[in-house]
Design a protein around this ligand. Structure first.
Ligand code: CA
Ligand code: CA
Ligand code: CA
Length: 228
């Protein structure tokens, strides 16, 4: 029994030491863990506490900045006109052709966010189209004729500055002064060398040049012949 006891004592001692070491280790571990937990925040605190201290505002500011950046990414092509962009896709910033100096038209936007003015235009006297500010333009006389102005015959025209009609070509006599102007006016079959679509051939001859009678009321076939 004694021998057993004396044999067991070293084991007990060893066990006690082991338990003590285990406890110490556990203690160290717990302590270390606590220290580690304290140190870690302390290590990061200078940053985190700073961030968190200003934190509420900084974080929200950052968020706002990011959201602003997302919203305000000054990117041409996002469909939102921003800052130095004249436009962005359909966003013309409320501008139109008239606003940028044209008279009319449809303003567009290029891919590089600059205005596409190819659809804009200015009113021009001489383009043959009666536009605002013009009474007429070239051949565009609207529905007006010499008769509108009380004449019986003649050709109404437009003043070169588009400001009004030119009635100098209008007359009340069918074979008046308009015969000889080279234009087949109302009441004239032809005028001088202007014989319309008529030719010697069209009136039965083979050769020659058809001309108009001096009074513009018919054709002079004296230049026509069936022989070369
Ligand atoms: Ca944009
Ligand atoms: Ca015009
Ligand atoms: Ca004439």
């Amino acid at each position: 029994m004694r021998g057993g006891r004396s044999d067991a004592q070293p084991y007990v001692s060893i066990m006690a030491v082991l338990v003590a070491m285990l406890a110490f280790t556990l203690f160290l571990y717990l302590n270390y863990d606590e220290i580690f937990k304290e140190k870690t925040p302390q290590m990061e605190n200078p940053h985190k506490s700073g961030t968190q201290a200003d934190g509420g505002s900084l974080t929200s500011t950052d968020t706002e900045a990011k959201s602003e950046e997302k919203g305000l990414q000054k990117v041409c092509g996002n469909g939102v006109r921003e800052d130095e962009e004249e436009c962005d896709k359909d966003d013309l910033g409320g501008m139109n052709c008239k606003a940028i100096g044209f008279d009319d038209g449809v303003l567009g936007c290029y891919w590089n966010c600059t205005f596409n003015t190819s659809g804009c235009y200015r009113y021009v006297c001489g383009n043959g189209v009666t536009e605002p500010g013009e009474v007429c333009d070239g051949e565009d006389l609207g529905n007006e004729t010499c008769k509108t102005f009380g004449f019986l015959y003649g050709s109404l025209s437009c003043l070169t500055d588009c400001s009004g009609f030119d009635v100098s070509g209008c007359t009340n006599t069918s074979s008046g002064s308009l015969c000889g102007n080279g234009i087949i006016d109302e009441g004239e079959e032809c005028d001088g060398a202007n014989v319309g679509n008529k030719t010697c051939q069209s009136i039965g001859y083979l050769y020659g040049i058809l001309v108009c009678l001096p009074n513009c009321q018919g054709y002079d076939a004296s230049g026509c012949s069936n022989k070369v």
